[in-house]
Design a protein around this ligand. Sequence first.
Ligand code: KIV
Ligand code: NA
Length: 275
Amino acid sequence: MRKTITDIQQMKVRGEPIAMLTAYDATIAALFDAAGVPMLLVGDSLGDNVLGFSSTVPVTIEDMVRHTAAVARGAQSALIVADMPFLTYATLEMAVAAARRLMQEGGAQAVKLEGGQAMVPIVRRLVECGVPVMGHLGYTPQSVHLFGKARVQGRSAAAARRMIEDALALEAAGAFALVLELVPAQLAAAITERLRIPTIGIGAGPHCDGQVQVFTDILGLRDDFKPRHTRRFAELAPLIRSAVAAYVAAVGERSFPTAEHSSRMDEAELREALE
Ligand code: KIV
Ligand code: NA
């Protein structure tokens, strides 16, 4: 049975931490689903982690629909949240159209969008239409060209107060959960305490109701990149490099493939073919 937003919200009620992870394809989604991840994010971090861009800005709705559908096919149990791409929710009409594609064509059960009080009418409209919405405050990567670079948000009293107001406004608008990215731990704790909906932190300290990580970070797939907020639970990059080097060497010295990896035909049929 597929998890629902109620299942996720009940985890906060029970005080059970929510371990969310990104996924972008069916094979990885099936592995994470089997490992018990209750909620998968098809993040627009697809841009940096799969498509080879240096930000999430170039990611399109077509990209997101395609990869969301792959994740939905791969994962049987996890709730699937898909990111609304940059500039696909600038108006109510656009937001409804983008959410329609992510849910009907992509098979997501919820969408995520970035921003605070300015997004309240969008969140309210989507929820009225039956679309569960996850909010996203703190550092919001789609605004990288405004921010300049990834940095912790909400450090001053004024910025912290604004973030608390944004969080409360998103909850009041009907958001079912809220991502806090690069937020001081004490502020994330204060927001978590003030909200009934779960907070999901990334670089937001240990007091959020859940955590979300980009899977390439926790598995060490990009060893030129280690943000402070991540822990490598595996070092896959060197493992993959040495496995692939072994494959290249085996092909090079003709030790692979062997008879066990090959098929044969009847010699008479072969002779006839070569006549
Ligand atoms: O796209 C993404 O991976 C995200 C998470 C970092 C929250 O939005
Ligand atoms: Na994202």
